[in-house]
Design a protein. Sequence first.
Length: 371
Amino acid sequence: MKLTFCAPCIFGLEGLCANELKFLGIENVKTENGRVLFDGDFTTLAKANINSRYAERIQILMGEFEATTFDMLFEGVKALNWEDFIGISDAFPVKGGCLSSKLMSVPGCQKIVKKAVADRLSSKYMLSWFEETGAVHQIQFLIRNDRVSVMLDTSGAGLHKRGYRYESNEAPIKETLAAAMAELSGVRASHKVTDPMCGSGTVLIESAMKALKIAPGIKRYFACEKWSCVPSEAFESERELAKSKINTDCSFFAEGFDIDAGALEVAEKNAALAGVGDKIRFEKRDIRDFRLSDGYQTVITNPPYGERLLDVKAAEELYKIMGERFLRQKGKRYTIITPDDDFEKIFGRKADKRRKTYNGTLKCQIYMYYK
């Protein structure tokens, strides 16, 4: 079955997500704001879920159409081939959002979408009522500028949930964003990576998984694996393929420092669960005591800041210390994420490159120094 897929991602990471999918050999990859579209079959579905480091989830794009009234929404949804995916006893909850459209009532649109799908399935299965006790097929819709996109979520829990986070600190960075920072920093199998404010270790774990070629979804399962239409061998073969690519025999090494002993203990447990515990060393140390190592070194960090953990004055003092410690030297790279627009001024020099993105609901920039 030829399918069109949608991979929503954090704004600013669309290019990384698209390149990753292309590298996996996936066809017709196209970037849009906040999402990447691509074509394939159920094997592609398994490949994308297991291997994507930057997508938030993988959805089947059921269809797109214009709708300015509830009647148009109903008819557009009813026209889609839901019976190809949703079985006679399967559950099909609905959620979604509306932006800048004539239809702006999310609860109202949810009811219409639900009724349209039920009507379609009722005519196909000759039933007037569905018990919905089977596998969950989460329907999602987005109405933006009167354009309706209707999707079936295949992932279940978001793809940022890799399965290794035993616990997290007070304000953890999302795994997908941490992975993107590792990619933007050019992390490779031969690198040494340091996070001087590592918290629960997400940045270092994602760096290590990338360096060792450990697929992010290799240790978890996905909602669509319970669907009767998805062949189990698709996921079985892709998991085996992903396992065959793991390279633990490399010189990659990482070190993480933090002043919170509890966070470091959690970081060690998370790293062990991720299968990279022997590649990362954690130690209690203040940023004021940070010293660069000999040779090549990549520093990646998500410092606490005013809207997250510290007050603004304390966060700015931290940036000054970082500017003093993160020296411009050959072989040293620094990648820092913060929502503070004055970061470069306080840090002491302009970044060689910047990228706008979001850390949760915070509009941030990733500042990169490599010259």
